[in-house]
Design a protein around this ligand. Structure first.
Ligand code: FAD
Length: 616
């Protein structure tokens, strides 16, 4: 296991072609699977200019490369920002999520070092290569270019837009959606070198190339030094941050969406369930942002995506993050880190032991587990619904969706519309979401056509942000199992309460999407602190759905308020780590009674955990 290092190539000049052949980046992949392409690309930046000189400064033909990150466009028009796949494809990108109606143009103005002839490259993805539903055009200074983008090749690639004339030092650029069906544009490169080809693969070389063209520093500046860094602003992350701050730590809370709450956020609106606990109630409800913002010791980084860690020995020393649309980067140092990303990303980058998929029933003596271990998980959900509009609502034919939707006309039950249970939920995250889009659009089209008169006014809404479910589970000193939950421990180091039922999902293979679920009731059960810290990264604690549990254990601990309990416990443990100069494991061994006093709000801890605007 190796740490993902921060060190970068020094900023230097070179052509795009040369950059593509550059040496390996010092950003390393880490963790134990290689299915996810991890690299550090420049995400969202103001328009950057790079003057690429020839061999000598006196060279007659000066080369110019102008790289524009589409997520840095001044006006998105009707396009929406999609930051969900940064870890894999390297960037946020605008998405034309128009439900079949082309969305308004995204626009920006760009400075060029000089007028002249450039070759345009557009990084895009044809998300259904057999039909090209996500087509769009580029409009340059008001004139539509002949090339249609999002209609070639497979996967993210640079599509050649041909030669273009830049007539002045500033040009206006627009993205013109043609379909309303998920066209996507990551970046545009204008190069005066007609032979240059941008780096094809989203890897360390592309990262180094983008970084150089965008002028990003080799090492991101510090956001400050914190008592604790919490990554992921779902219910678990908010509860962790609030608890640690109220106990007196300066906390950085990093969340890659513009709102807090994870699956419970205003973007997704899933109602948090689980046992009550005072701090948890504050962040489970709609006022969570007010609670977080009122806490002066929390520095909130909304719209910041953590992309890697730096490590020394067995400890994380820093987390690196970048803004999802502005391209700025910062690093965050602290003695303790809490991973509330749901996917265990911080642990993964730090090389923490993890599991994914289902254990065999024999391994942990779990009667609810399958006989053989496999990689099946609870998949992601794209929330959607229908409503009756006042007048007729057109919906186009979607032939590219039909091989997924087939004859399905069942639009009921968002929770049943799960996808990707048998796929690599992290490595294929974008493809799984796109598959869900096709299932939904095709099914809606079937419903419209099945009874055109009755369904004339039927209108669809679909979210582009997915509700995450099962993913990596970071292993601690204890792995919570079915037996633990059914026997209710007991655990001497119990610090949270979970349970209610085991909610097991099985893929609906007949239909090709969706799932069936089975509930097995249990009483509320204690969660031991040993499941809330990494067994091999000594200053890392997971909270939420990525804690140390078997798959069956996870089926019981996934409600959001249960995650909130874990957040409180890890936030309190972070405080004890700092106060006592201890690791989480040492807190579990030496200070567990104090930790239990805090989470159970005994003595003066009740008052300390109450809402207040703590002065720095
Ligand atoms: C369809 C569906 C229905 C469900 N129904 C319920 C229900 O009714 N009640 C209930 O309690 N639970 C329900 N669950 C389960 C529950 O929503 C999840 O288990 C829960 O959200 C886990 O909470 P979390 O805080 O661990 O993760 P999340 O809610 O996923 O929050 C993690 C947050 O971290 C952010 N993040 C991730 N990576 C990074 C990064 N690199 N940098 C910065 N931020 C990052 C994400 O954007 C996200 O906002 C449901 C789940 C699904 C999918």
């Amino acid at each position: 296991m190796c740490a993902l290092a921060y060190a970068r190539f020094p900023v230097s000049c070179g052509s795009a072609r040369k950059a593509a052949m550059a040496g390996p980046s010092t950003w390393q992949m880490s963790g134990k699977d290689t299915s996810v392409q991890m690299f550090s690309a420049c995400v969202g930046s103001l328009i950057a200019l790079a003057l690429i000189a020839g061999a000598s400064p006196a060279a007659a033909a000066e080369k110019h490369d102008v790289l524009i990150e589409a997520d840095s466009f001044a006006d998105y028009g009707g396009w929406v920002l999609d930051p969900q796949y940064i870890t894999r494809m390297g960037s946020s990108f605008p998405l034309a999520h128009g439900l079949g109606k082309p969305v308004a143009n995204a626009k920006t103005a760009t400075k060029f070092p000089s007028a002249g002839t450039y070759r345009l490259w557009v990084r895009t993805r044809d998300w259904v290569p057999s039909h090209h539903p996500g087509r769009f055009k580029v409009v340059l200074d008001g004139a539509e270019l002949p090339e249609t983008f999002g209609a070639k090749g497979e996967g993210w690639l640079w599509q050649d837009g041909g030669r273009v004339e830049i007539r002045a030092n500033t040009a206006s650029i627009e993205l013109k959606d043609l379909t309303g069906f998920e066209g996507r544009c990551d970046a545009l490169l204008f190069t005066s070198d007609m032979e240059a080809v941008p780096p094809a693969k989203a890897d360390a070389n592309m990262d180094a190339w983008r970084r150089r063209l965008l002028g990003l520093p080799a090492d991101p500046p510090s956001a400050g030094t914190f008592g604790c860094v919490v990554v992921g602003g779902g219910v678990a992350g908010c509860a962790a941050a609030l608890t640690a701050a109220r106990l007196g730590l300066d906390v950085a809370l990093i969340q890659n969406r513009p709102v807090l709450g994870g699956n419970a956020s205003t973007e997704l609106g899933i109602p948090p369930r689980g046992e009550k606990r005072s701090v948890v109630e504050e962040v489970a409800g709609r006022n969570r942002s007010a609670a977080i913002e009122a806490e002066k010791r929390i520095k909130l980084f909304l719209g910041w995506h953590a992309y890697g860690v730096r490590k020394g020995a067995n400890r994380i020393t820093r987390v690196g993050a970048r803004h999802t649309s502005e391209g700025r980067e910062l690093h965050f140092a602290a003695p303790v880190f809490i991973d509330c990303t749901g996917d265990g990303w911080i642990g993964y980058w730090a090389g923490a032991d993890y599991r994914i998929g289902r254990e065999s029933s024999a391994e942990f003596k779990e009667s609810l587990a399958p006989k053989e271990a496999d990689k099946v998980i609870h998949g992601i959900t794209v929330e959607f619904g229908t409503r009756r509009a006042e007048g007729p609502v057109e919906f186009p034919d979607v032939p590219w969706a039909m091989e997924v939707a087939k004859a399905n006309t069942d639009l009921n039950g968002h929770y049943g519309w799960e996808c990707g249970q048998r796929r690599d939920v992290l490595g294929e995250a974008e493809e799984i979401r796109d598959y869900a889009f096709r299932a939904i659009y095709g099914s809606f089209r079937n419903v419209k056509r099945a009874d055109p008169e009755k369904n004339a006014n039927l209108e669809l809404w679909v979210r582009h942000i997915v509700a995450g479910n099962e993913s990596r589970r970071l292993m601690g000193d204890h792995i919570l199992t079915q037996g633990d939950i059914q026997s209710q421990g007991p655990f001497d180091d119990a610090v949270a309460t979970g349970g209610c039922f085991f909610c097991r999902h099985t893929p609906d293979d007949r239909r090709g999407f969706g799932m069936r679920f089975r509930l097995t009731g249990v009483k509320p059960c204690p969660i031991p602190f040993r499941s809330l810290y990494s067994r091999n990264v000594e200053n890392l604690m997971p909270a939420g759905r990525c804690i140390s549990a078997t798959h069956i254990g996870f089926c019981s601990i996934k409600p959001m308020k249960t995650g909130g309990h874990m957040g409180v416990a890890t936030g309190a443990a972070a405080y004890l780590c700092v106060e006592r100069g201890a690791t989480p494991r040492q807190v579990g061994k030496q200070y567990i009674r104090e930790l239990q006093d805090i989470v159970n709000e005994r003595g003066d801890y009740a008052a300390r955990l109450r809402p207040k605007a703590a002065a720095r």
